[in-house]
Design a protein around this ligand. Structure first.
Ligand SMILES: NC(=O)C1=CN([C@@H]2O[C@H](COP(=O)(O)OP(=O)(O)OC[C@H]3O[C@@H](n4cnc5c(N)ncnc54)[C@H](OP(=O)(O)O)[C@@H]3O)[C@@H](O)[C@H]2O)C=CC1
Ligand SMILES: O=C(O)C1=N[C@H](C(=O)O)C[C@H](O)C1
Length: 259
């Protein structure tokens, strides 16, 4: 399988090279805005400035870049037959809509977190949220990442929040409380709260807490090595072979039954 890597110079992009090769697949090429400045990449990997050029060389693109690229990438991949494994987070509502529209024509696997552990945490959070009454158990999601991270709350925190909202039968946007500061007033009943910390080189930490007057239950995930995201994304890329167009999740890749 010929796998392209969008954002090949990035923290995840560089690990993807190693993981694609370890899986016995071919690195068909990568995108970077500045091929002439790309250092430390294997010399035999073709570098391109655009997704369109990369798509001509591969069966699937793994994309860990920036939310600003999503609309152009969606347009570039429609009609090519190339699958899209997208890990980029921080997407706006418009970018998410474009992604959904593109999945009518492209096989897309989109996950805010390609680790199997976080995929399970999302499921467990949904199950807990449906079992614990929202008026007694306050749900709060805490995440911490490295100092370079540009979006907050993390895509994973938001995905866990979506899972909690699903479990409660509510819409996350209606109950979300983020970035509390100043005279906030008391916590709203049924709110799903988010807090984001940044520092050092933390790979990714997520906790979801359900707290009542009498007890607290916490689900925690710690990523020790960024490689877990690259191995998961390569697994998703291999999984796309022969799939129909559509929008898939890491739960689909892991073969988990619907909740
Ligand atoms: N789903 C998951 O499991 C995970 C998701 N992520 C997400 O993946 C994304 C990338 O993370 P990470 O590798 O740490 O980030 P980096 O900043 O290290 O890498 C991103 C790469 O994308 C390219 N890029 C950045 N901005 C743009 C732009 N506006 N247009 C085109 N290319 C751009 C850059 O390459 P160049 O400068 O060479 O063009 C850069 O090297 C983030 O959204 C992050 O949250 C991260 C880890 C796990
Ligand atoms: O930017 C990162 O590093 C990460 N981003 C993803 C997110 O926003 O959830 C996944 C992981 O936590 C690392």
């Amino acid at each position: 399988m010929r796998i392209g890597i969008a954002g090949i110079t990035g923290r995840v992009g560089r690990l993807l090279i190693e993981e694609v090769l370890a899986a016995g697949a071919t690195v068909a090429g990568g995108t970077t805005r500045t091929p002439e400045q790309a250092v430390g990449l294997p010399a035999d990997i073709p570098l391109f400035k655009t997704m369109s050029e990369l798509a001509e060389e591969c069966d699937v693109v793994i994309d860990f870049t920036h939310a600003d690229t999503v609309v152009n990438s969606a347009k570039s991949l429609v009609g090519t037959g190339v699958a899209w494994v997208l890990g980029t987070t921080g997407l706006s509502a418009l970018q998410t809509k474009m992604l959904q529209e593109a999945s009518g024509y492209v096989t897309v696997v989109h996950a805010a977190n390609f680790s199997p552990g976080v995929t399970l945490v999302q499921r467990l959070a949904q199950m807990m949220a449906s079992a614990l009454p929202a008026d007694s158990y306050d749900a709060e999601i805490l995440e911490m990442h490295h100092r370079q991270k540009v979006d907050a709350p993390s895509g994973t925190a938001l995905a866990i929040g979506q899972a909690v909202a699903r479990g409660r039968g509510v819409v996350l946007a209606d109950v979300r409380e983020s970035g509390r500061d100043g005279l906030t007033g008391p916590r709203k009943p049924g709110a799903i709260g988010f807090a984001a910390l940044r520092g050092g080189q933390i790979v990714g930490e997520h906790d979801v807490l359900f707290t009542s007057a009498d007890e607290q239950i916490t689900l925690s995930h710690r990523a020790f090595d960024r490689r877990i995201f690259a191995t998961g994304a390569v697994r998703a890329a291999l999984w796309t072979k022969g799939r129909d167009v559509g929008l898939y999740s890491m739960e689909d890749v892991l073969g988990l039954p619907p909740l």
